[in-house]
Design a protein around this ligand. Structure first.
Ligand code: HEC
Length: 111
């Protein structure tokens, strides 16, 4: 009886864990901007500021940047001057998402 109960609890936990994980992956795949914003808050805000304009440590104002998405991806991946490379920190998809997010910063302020 106890064995059954333990197995039930174990299976339920497993079910919840796998369910949560697949939810997260699904979400980040569907909406790259939301994911990008999260990544930006965690990794970029310190220098670029929450709206991309802070410019700490010589960081560029991202709302004024004229770089295209691929050029941003290259800088985020390989770093530039004080900005560290993120290729060991973020996956390719995450770099793509955060690059897209920096582009959205520009659009939202040029209105
Ligand atoms: C330690 C501070 C620092 C952090 C953290 C940082 N950056 Fe930067 N970033 C800089 C600096 C400094 C530059 C300017 C490099 C140069 O002189 O061209 C820059 C430049 C950029 C540029 C190019 C802008 C342009 O027009 O030339 C982009 C895009 C960018 N950062 C995005 C990001 C993203 C996205 C993250 C987070 C994943 C990030 N940065 C994290 C300091 C930082």
């Amino acid at each position: 009886m106890l064995k059954h109960l333990i197995r039930m609890v174990f299976l339920l936990t497993l079910f919840y864990l796998t369910n949560c994980q697949s939810d997260q992956v699904g979400q980040s795949d569907k909406d790259a901007t939301i994911n990008g914003a999260l990544i930006f808050n965690r990794n970029c805000k310190i220098c670029h500021g929450i709206d991309g304009r802070l410019g700490l440590n010589g960081a560029k104002d991202l709302t004024a940047s004229v770089l295209r998405e691929q050029e941003r991806i290259d800088i985020i991946t390989g770093g530039k001057k004080i900005m560290p490379p993120f290729k060991t920190v973020l996956s390719e998809k995450e770099i793509q998402a955060v690059a897209a997010f920096t582009l959205s910063l520009k659009q939202s302020t040029s209105k």
